[in-house]
Design a protein around this ligand. Structure first.
Ligand code: CA
Length: 337
């Protein structure tokens, strides 16, 4: 009897192992195959979109997702495979938005509907194919919200003017040099604050840190060493670089939890890490890119496209003036200051 029970338990164990390899929601033949090309899996914000996208498509499509690893040549190869496999729809997060013309040409030749997101192809490229559209944000808006936050900090906190010269001395961390979002955020954060009456003075060059925490930390360490006590504000194009700046600040005893020395740090994205840092008082503010809303929008549009329905049917979304792009709004996230 005992042996039988052991055999039975073994059988259960084997069966559960076997079933663990079978997808929980088996894909029926009616479900479309959707290929998703992501520029980098290790980008924190994109991971939020990726997860939202997977959740929104779950049970509605069979999804094949690929990591471009920050390399456009790799992504091109992945696209070729997706086209060869005759995907019903494609979702593309370009590694290099400037390479979109070639990508669209290939997809157009195959006649597959495509939704680009986050990294924006040129409008003329999008318009060159009737089954292409884009879901993103209005790049300038994130910068403008940062500018509004800077103004609020400056007017509400005279103590941030460390040298009492009536100017806000700042360092600026920029994403990839040619990235349209990085360019717009860098420009509009400063322009909006200046338009709001803040006198800004940049310390050093703009630190081009490719959205990367480690690069930003190194740059901030150098900046702090060269400009001791002179930096009054950190503006970063994204939260990952803001976190790098905070790591450098903490190494010189600033921006510590419960500490008394704080330099305001402003990012973009509202990553979990940044929201946590803001709630703990070691970071000041961020601008939320609603990754979940973006993932849901991309999912809804590609399913409509594949079904031959109007693109925005069943959604509350609207096209912008271009007629081919949907903009997900930003919102500011600030802690208790
Ligand atoms: Ca000052």
């Amino acid at each position: 009897m005992k042996i039988r029970r052991v055999q039975f338990m073994c059988l259960i164990a084997i069966l559960s192992l076997v079933f663990s390899f079978i997808p929980l929601s088996p894909v029926s033949a009616a479900q479309p195959n959707i290929g998703v090309l992501i520029y980098r899996y290790d980008d924190t914000y994109i991971s939020t979109v990726r997860n939202a996208l997977s959740a929104a498509l779950s049970g509605k499509a069979s999804v094949t997702m690929q990591d471009g690893k920050g390399d456009q040549a790799t992504q091109n190869d992945q696209l070729d495979v997706m086209i060869e496999r005759k995907m019903d729809g494609l979702i593309v997060n370009m590694v290099d938005a400037q390479a979109a013309a070639g990508v669209v040409a290939k997809i157009r030749a195959a006649g597959i509907p495509v939704v680009f997101f986050n990294r924006e192809p040129d409008l003329n490229v999008l318009k060159s194919y009737e089954k292409a559209c884009f879901v993103g944000t209005n790049a300038a808006d994130a910068g403008k919200m940062q500018g509004d936050i800077i103004k609020a900090l400056w007017t509400g906190h005279p103590e941030y003017d460390l040298n009492k010269d009536g100017k806000f001395q700042y360092v600026l961390f920029k994403g990839e040099p040619d990235n349209p979002e990085a360019i717009a955020r860098s420009e509009w954060s400063v322009r909006q604050a200046v338009a709001g009456g803040v006198t800004l003075e940049q310390i050093g060059q703009t630190f081009v840190c490719n959205w990367d925490t480690a690069l930003a930390q190194q740059a901030m360490e150098s900046a702090l060493a060269a400009n001791e006590g002179k930096i009054e504000l950190v503006i970063a194009n994204n939260d990952s670089m803001a976190m790098g700046a905070i790591a450098a600040l903490s190494s010189v005893g600033s921006n510590l939890e419960g500490g008394d020395r704080h330099i305001p740090v402003i990012g973009v994205d509202a990553t979990d890490q940044a929201v946590d840092a803001i709630n703990r008082g070691i970071m000041t503010a961020t601008v939320k890119q609603d990754g979940e809303a973006m993932g849901q929008a991309v999912s809804a549009i590609i399913l409509n496209m594949i079904a031959g329905k109007p693109l925005l049917e069943g959604t509350a979304l609207q096209f912008d003036d271009s007629g081919v792009a949907v903009r997900i709004p930003y919102s500011p996230y600030r802690g208790k200051e």
